[in-house]
Design a protein around this ligand. Structure first.
Ligand SMILES: Nc1ncnc2c1ncn2[C@@H]1O[C@H](COP(=O)(O)OP(=O)(O)OP(=O)(O)O)[C@@H](O)[C@H]1O
Length: 248
């Protein structure tokens, strides 16, 4: 029997996250229109689209910050459509949003400590976990500095550290590179590749260089609906995407 080779691990049949017909109206405006979306575990997925395409609303629906008018959201095999954001976080979703959610008057350490406390296991040291999360984004030399003193770009990195501190299964990043310098963007790419070794990443991003170099696959939203989905090369070559988004 020793000569038998182990069967290759079967790809997990169930996606980490999916939506079915998810829809959100704001008054007379349909911001997200019957979107079917599937995100397999382990992928880096970028979500792109023109301004007003519905990206932030869609991510709000995934995270539980916005409830759908109709449709279903499934996370890790569970229907989470009606679960509030904190319950989805407890199940392993973490996210950063365009509107920064840090506490400006608190030190970096305390901001991240708030996130770590959600999942600290017995025997784990709060300080060690906080410092490790800040080290991943390169901010561990400023533990005692008030978060409000950071540049906008560094505040975005702090938010990512707060997301990572939760050891998420899914990390959702809404325009994470906005306000970062070119050098910081390179560091961010390295960080996301590192994070993706043990988490799934969904990235809303306008910087096409970041999208093309990081994403395994790209989903393009336009007017609340999925216009296209594919590898960076496929999306780059798609005439409908070029017309709607890339200005081609
Ligand atoms: N709370 C709200 N009330 C009313 N309309 C809204 C609300 N939130 C979003 N919208 C509208 O829904 C549409 C989609 O907006 P959304 O912010 O999701 O798009 P987006 O793709 O994230 O845009 P951007 O790239 O500019 O951030 C827009 O027309 C927007 O004005």
């Amino acid at each position: 029997m020793a000569a038998m080779t182990a069967p290759a691990a079967a790809p997990s049949a169930e996606p980490l996250l999916s939506t079915k017909g998810v829809t959100r109206w704001f008054g007379g405006l349909c911001a997200v229109d019957h979107v079917d979306f599937t995100l397999p575990a382990g992928e880096i997925r970028a979500l792109i689209g023109p301004n007003g395409a519905g990206k932030s609303t869609f991510v709000g629906l995934l995270a539980g910050r916005i409830l759908p008018t109709e449709g279903r959201v499934t996370f890790a095999g569970e229907d989470v459509t009606r679960l509030p954001a904190h319950a989805r976080m407890a199940r392993g979703m973490a996210y950063t949003f365009q509107i920064t959610s840090i506490f400006a008057n608190l030190a970096l350490f305390d901001n991240v400590a708030l996130a770590v406390q959600r999942r600290l296991a017995p025997g784990q040291s709060l300080a060690t976990e906080v410092e490790a999360a800040l080290a991943r984004v390169g901010l561990d030399d400023r533990l005692d500095q008030p978060a409000g003193d950071l540049s906008y770009g560094h505040q975005r990195l702090l938010e990512i550290a707060m997301g990572l501190a939760q050891n998420p299964r899914l990390l959702i990043l809404d325009e994470p590179t906005q306000g970062l310098s070119d050098g910081e963007i390179e560091g961010f790419k390295v960080l996301v590749r590192e994070v993706a070794k043990d988490a799934t990443v969904l990235l809303i991003e306008h910087n096409m260089d970041v999208v093309m170099s990081l994403a395994d696959r790209i989903t393009v939203l336009d007017m609340g609906a999925v216009l296209a989905e594919g590898t960076p090369a496929e999306i780059h070559a798609d005439p409908a995407v070029q017309r709607a988004y890339l200005g081609g």
